[in-house]
Design a protein around this ligand. Structure first.
Ligand SMILES: Nc1nc2c(ncn2[C@@H]2O[C@H](COP(=O)(O)OP(=O)(O)OP(=O)(O)O)[C@@H](O)[C@H]2O)c(=O)[nH]1
Ligand SMILES: [Mg+2]
Length: 255
């Protein structure tokens, strides 16, 4: 598999000097640990330590999931972070409003929400605003249509606050309902899945991939809340060719 299969294109290659083209090794960050990155050049994934200097700058200048980095020849060091096409970030709630980067170089954001009590116009509006601020195309994905007799009402409610964004209403477990979704998951496209815990982000990823890449877990029966099953961000390549970023459900989303 090539770098292109992981989203590498002219935007990134033109950033390399001729020296870097000769000796640098471009790789994409597919997951992160506290002080190291999990990267791929298109085939295997491997770990690269992030040296102390990366922690001296604000977190926005540190590689995050989806970033392209340039590694030293020995693949033991991150030489530099390549300029991003886009970055999806959130501001933490509370007075300090720290910025947390959720995914870089995202082409399309799937804002996942479900046809049950989890659905909330204000939350949807906040996600749409973050997508717009980041310049990322947003698609609203309403899951669990099979569990509601009134899924069209959720679509109407979503439509009222979503402007011209595309809205898809699906059963995330059923591949046949994902035709509209697949228009966005073509080769080399990076799609980030965001939304509350339990809405079906990992389920959607597994169905699109046609295999169980991520663990899923039933939501709590008493209040429909998810169990924060996915605990870290990771990128997965699906057969159709897209790179999907599974972003764990966020407890609070502030603007
Ligand atoms: N009936 C039905 N169940 C669904 C649908 N989508 C997801 N589920 C179920 O909802 C539960 C939660 O799904 P997950 O995919 O684990 O949710 P998640 O968004 O990844 O949650 P976190 O990892 O906690 O952020 C699982 O039991 C899924 O089988 C759907 O469209 N219809
Ligand atoms: Mg999950």
């Amino acid at each position: 598999m090539s770098l292109e299969a992981f989203g590498w294109d002219h935007f990134f290659s033109q950033q390399l000097s001729s020296d870097e083209q000769d000796s640098g090794i471009p790789a994409r960050v597919v997951a992160m640990h506290r002080t190291s990155l999990v990267v791929t050049e298109g085939a295997d994934e491997y770990d690269v330590a992030l040296g102390g200097r990366w922690f001296q700058d604000p977190s926005e200048f540190r590689p995050t999931v989806g970033d392209w980095v340039l590694l030293a020849e020995g693949r033991d060091k991150v030489v530099r972070l390549l300029e991003r096409k886009s970055v999806f970030k959130r501001y933490s709630a509370g007075p300090k409003r720290d910025i947390q980067l959720l995914a870089a170089n995202v082409d399309t954001l799937f804002i996942v929400t479900s046809c049950n009590d989890e659905f909330n116009e204000n939350r949807l509006v906040r996600y749409l605003a973050l997508a717009q601020e980041a310049g990322i195309m947003a698609v609203v994905v309403l899951t669990k249509r099979d569990l509601s007799n009134e899924s069209h009402r959720y679509v109407e409610r979503a439509r009222k606050v979503s402007g011209s964004s595309v809205i898809e209403c699906v059963d995330a477990r059923d591949s046949d309902t994902l035709e509209g979704i697949r228009l966005w998951t073509t080769k080399g496209q990076t799609v980030a899945l965001v939304g509350s815990s339990g809405v079906g982000k990992s389920t959607l990823l597994n169905t699109l991939a046609d295999r169980e890449l991520q663990r899923t877990e039933a939501i709590r029966e008493d209040d429909s809340r998810g169990r924060h099953t996915t605990t870290y961000r990771s990128i997965h390549r699906i057969e159709q060719g897209a790179l999907l970023v599974d972003v764990p459900g966020i407890r609070e989303l502030a603007l």
